[in-house]
Design a protein around this ligand. Structure first.
Ligand SMILES: NC(=O)c1ccc[n+]([C@@H]2O[C@H](COP(=O)([O-])OP(=O)(O)OC[C@H]3O[C@@H](n4cnc5c(N)ncnc54)[C@H](OP(=O)(O)O)[C@@H]3O)[C@@H](O)[C@H]2O)c1
Length: 226
């Protein structure tokens, strides 16, 4: 049985990963912004511990760490993400929204990962998976989506730096494009169901070893060109 921390576990891909890990008998620590509203999460049959945390509120990250202590965590999935609002063109973007999205998509996940380092080390074979996007890749040239794409690109670079700086720690760090998925973010026309994306991500995490640290994956296990 593994202990798996998932951010943004109240809906979308995060909720489905929580369901699948719990169904497999693992213990899920579900980090969500609004525990009172996490109805679907509370209906999961299995070991699910719900904890409050908002990636845009760094004090809440520190509070979560205090509650967790240094107890072992085998897998941490930085799944939560924010698209960055409606104004994302070069000629018309919202600067405040860009700062806020950088906090949620890049700086908050890094602060949480750093706080969880002792927990992942205590596992002996810790795995950290950052959920990014193909829009982070230079090999996916797409205009617009300035805020989302740049904050996810920064998350990819953070992943690479963590993999290098933690090379001597028993922690594998990787980053994931989860596919285009039918969620609130992906919309109804997306290619994959949350079930397909979540099970793919779980398979990748299960197969990862320390030699894979720093890799950018697709949900199906292929390496994403970056
Ligand atoms: N769906 C796709 O096609 C697709 C494609 C590429 C990458 N991704 C990435 O995959 C991940 C999951 O996406 P999804 O499709 O499941 O998205 P989603 O359905 O929109 O869910 C986003 C999750 O992130 C949480 N979240 C947002 N802001 C947060 C904050 N400040 N602090 C903590 N949690 C926050 C949300 O919580 P609340 O309910 O409280 O808002 C929600 O649980 C994201 O990182 C996304 O960028 C998705």
């Amino acid at each position: 049985m593994a202990t798996v921390l998932i951010t943004g576990a109240n809906r979308g891909i995060g909720l489905e990963m929580a369901r699948q890990y719990a169904a497999a008998g693992d213990e899920v620590i579900a980090a969500v912004r609004k525990p009172d509203e996490a109805k679907a999460l509370k209906e999961i049959d299995g070991k699910v511990r719900i904890e409050q945390m908002d990636l845009g509120d760094f004090d809440s990250i520190a509070s979560l760490k205090q509650r967790l202590g240094d107890a072992p965590i085998d897998i941490a999935i930085m799944n939560a993400g924010w698209v960055g609002g409606g104004k994302q063109g070069v000629d018309d973007f919202d600067i405040e929204e860009w700062h806020r999205t950088l906090d949620i998509n890049t700086i908050g996940p890094l602060l949480l990962a750093r706080a969880l380092k002792p927990n992942l080390e205590a596992s002996g074979d810790g795995k950290l998976m950052n959920v990014s996007s193909q829009l982070a890749a230079s090999t996916w040239p797409m205009g617009g989506m300035l805020i989302y794409s740049t904050t996810k690109a920064a998350m990819n670079k953070v992943t690479q730096i963590l993999a290098i700086d933690w090379k001597d720690a028993p922690i594998t760090v990787a980053v994931m494009h989860p596919g285009w998925v039918k969620t609130d973010m992906g919309g109804p026309n997306a290619q994959l169901t949350p079930e397909e994306s979540a099970s793919g991500i779980r398979n990748v995490i299960a197969a990862m070893t320390k030699a894979d640290s720093g890799k950018f994956y697709k949900w199906n296990g292929e390496i994403h060109p970056w």
